[in-house]
Design a protein around this ligand. Structure first.
Ligand SMILES: [Fe+2]
Ligand SMILES: [Fe+2]
Length: 275
């Protein structure tokens, strides 16, 4: 038995300003036509849901209107980001409550034949102590199923041993704490977004899949190219024997916007060092 799951990520939909909406609408129709069993949205559904209730509500409604059973995890543009990172929208309980009113708990479990999907909020692993107990129970209770973590930020950019503290991956301390919950085992799969790149890679014994955004990429002057910079979505096949395969789906007619050329959206981006 195989369960087909569409993963859409980083749509960045706005209620009043909506530069990436047309791309999303094309992808949404493509997903509807593909008739997957489940839809996963891996964060940044909204353009500015961290500050705008209207953005968050309309982004949620437009994902729901695809008309499939679906699950979502929040991104930094939906609920804010770890205060340690020093951004202008720190994760807090008010932002998390807005998400909860629409989406329910930020942590969830969804079982399939042979698999347990665990959704989590990577923006609050340092701040929100309450979720660790739920995570530990979800992992311990998998009862032999392979575990797929479903999250906004990737576990790491390259290696689980990376010590870098920056905007892109799960921070080193919560990464180590999360992996420790698995004991000697590892999650089989980690599905994430946030990087706005496509990458399908096995590293440190974990298959780590980065879904691209449907809306935009961040060009090389502003973000290192660790994967393929393109827009699209991912179709996954979860097999009951605990195996999995997936493929990238391009969206015909979608525009590959570069956020670096659109300072009107989030302001000018800082260049990265090219060395
Ligand atoms: Fe994003
Ligand atoms: Fe993000």
């Amino acid at each position: 038995m195989t369960i087909r799951i569409a993963q859409i990520s980083d749509a960045h939909l706005g209620a009043s300003r909506d530069p990436f909406g047309p791309n999303f609408d094309l992808a949404a129709q493509q997903i509807r036509d593909a008739r997957p069993d489940l839809l996963l949205a891996t964060g940044d559904l909204s353009l500015d849901g961290a500050d705008s209730e209207a953005d968050l509500a309309s982004a949620w409604a437009r994902h729901a209107a695809i008309g499939l059973e679906w699950r979502a995890v929040p991104g930094n543009h939906d609920v804010g980001d770890e205060a340690l990172l020093g951004g202008r929208q720190p994760w807090n309980t008010a932002r998390a409550a807005r998400w909860r009113a629409l989406a329910g708990p930020r942590l969830w479990v969804h079982d399939l034949p042979g698999w347990r999907l665990i959704g989590l909020d990577t923006q609050s692993l340092l701040t929100d102590a309450a979720q660790w107990e739920v995570l530990a129970e979800a992992i311990a209770g998998a009862a032999g199923r392979a575990i797929a973590l479903v999250q906004h930020k990737p576990l790491t950019e390259q290696s689980l041993a990376d010590a870098a503290v920056n905007y892109w991956p799960v921070l080193p301390a919560p990464r180590a704490r999360l992996l420790a919950l698995f004991g000697d085992a590892r999650p089989a799969l980690v599905l994430s977004g946030h990087l706005h790149m496509w990458r399908d890679r096995v590293a440190d014994g974990i298959r780590q899949i980065w879904a691209p955004s449907t809306g935009f990429i961040v060009g090389d002057p502003w973000q290192h190219a660790l994967g393929e910079k393109r827009v699209g979505w991912v179709m996954h096949h979860f097999h009951a024997d605990g195996t999995h395969d997936c493929e990238l789906r391009d969206v015909p007619g979608a525009i590959c916007h570069d956020l670096g050329d659109m300072p009107e959206v989030y302001g000018p981006l800082a260049p990265v060092r090219q060395d």
